[in-house]
Design a protein around this ligand. Structure first.
Ligand code: ACO
Length: 318
């Protein structure tokens, strides 16, 4: 049996920080409203010339350095993103070109906030089917570029950043233990960008019915996590850390409660990073591994939900 072991991790956050109080100069809001409803205090924001590929490359460089991996060892690149540099080609090919890794598959995966979990399943399948031996999966977003900065209901929620993991083929039972992916397109109108190449030849801005998403999120995240646990014969008590998509502290807290996992076993970075969509889980993972909060051999339950709706979960031994 072949498994996909996590041998490296990294992340990158843009230098500029936008605090809640800075937002009060842009829209009619307050630090108290944002913090009490979402748990967010600040978000990192790119400057105009900084692209998603720049963040992805820096997060990849960090993982290469952390794991002492030479980029030439990588035989597949997957970038989970909703904010690619161009309509085409993929942001992943820009990463591939930067590191001069010739003749390997590289592609973007679009599943909005669930993109990183979807990418983990794809990477794990490539490794298990012996198509690849060492894959870098990157979640990278510049959501600030598709936020409507006049809409206080959404602009306070999002941030920019990138996180990455390197998966490597091994015969030791570790790494990706199980994944579960789902989608339901009937929720399209609850969370979408009102633009696209085919629709109106525009990029579009984020539109969201916050309460619809909130109600769906807690049930779907907890159900998906329970399904992934049962798939690999584990119980919630076997989990060292719940690493949920970092959308909102209230969603994180309610999901943990529904699953019956203590809040001190839950990773939360939403206060400092806000919602970075596909980058949120690898960012939370990498920053918690670097501080030593998450340790080698810990068993994690990752779960995410995003536009589509798409959602999913992954049980991961790091
Ligand atoms: N500042 C001040 N007031 C605001 C703001 C703001 N930034 N945004 C909305 N309000 C006002 C509204 O206009 C409304 O005022 P009204 O009663 O006079 O009409 C009032 O606050 C309440 O608005 P609601 O939308 O009912 O607020 P709610 O308690 O539902 O909180 C929130 C909104 C935080 C978006 C919540 O619904 C939520 O967390 N939803 C989850 C959505 C989410 O996290 N999406 C991220 C993308 S999806 C994903 O990643 C899973």
């Amino acid at each position: 049996m072949i498994y996909s072991e996590i041998i490296g991790f990294g992340h990158y956050l843009p230098k500029k920080i936008l605090k809640n109080n800075d937002l009060t100069k842009i829209v009619d809001t307050s630090d108290e409203w944002i913090y009490s409803r979402t748990g967010i205090k600040q978000r990192h924001i790119v400057n105009k010339s900084e692209l998603t590929s720049d963040l992805a490359i820096k997060a990849a460089e960090d993982a290469f350095t952390q794991s002492n991996t030479d980029p030439s060892e990588i035989d597949c690149i997957i970038v989970a993103t909703t904010t690619p540099d161009n309509t085409f080609p993929s942001t992943a090919t820009k990463v591939q070109n930067y590191f001069s890794i010739k003749n390997i598959p590289s592609f973007d995966l679009q599943a909005v906030c669930s993109g990183f979990i979807y990418s983990l399943q794809v990477a794990d399948s490539f490794i298990k089917s012996k198509k690849s031996k060492k894959i870098i999966v990157i979640g990278a977003e510049t959501l600030s570029k598709i936020v409507d900065w006049k809409d206080r209901r959404t602009c306070v929620l999002f941030g920019d950043g990138a996180g990455s993991v390197i998966l490597s083929s091994t015969k030791i039972k570790t790494g990706v233990m199980s994944t579960k992916l789902y989608s339901d397109g009937s929720w399209h109108k609850s969370l979408f960008a009102d633009g696209g190449p085919s629709l109106n030849q525009k990029v579009g801005k984020i539109r969201m019915d916050g309460q619809d998403v909130f109600k769906q999120a807690v049930n779907k995240l907890s159900e998906a996590t329970e399904m992934a646990l049962s798939d690999c014969g584990l119980n919630i008590s076997d989990i060292d850390w719940l690493v949920p998509h970092q959308a909102n502290q209230r969603i994180i807290k309610s999901t943990a409660k529904k699953l019956g996992i203590e809040s001190d076993k839950t990773i939360s970075t939403v206060e400092n990073h806000a919602n970075t969509s596909a980058a949120s889980i690898p960012l939370a993972l990498s920053s918690s591994l670097k501080t030593g909060k998450i340790k080698k051999n810990d068993i994690l339950a990752l779960c995410a939900i995003g536009g589509g709706l798409t959602w999913g979960s992954c049980i991961l031994k790091v």
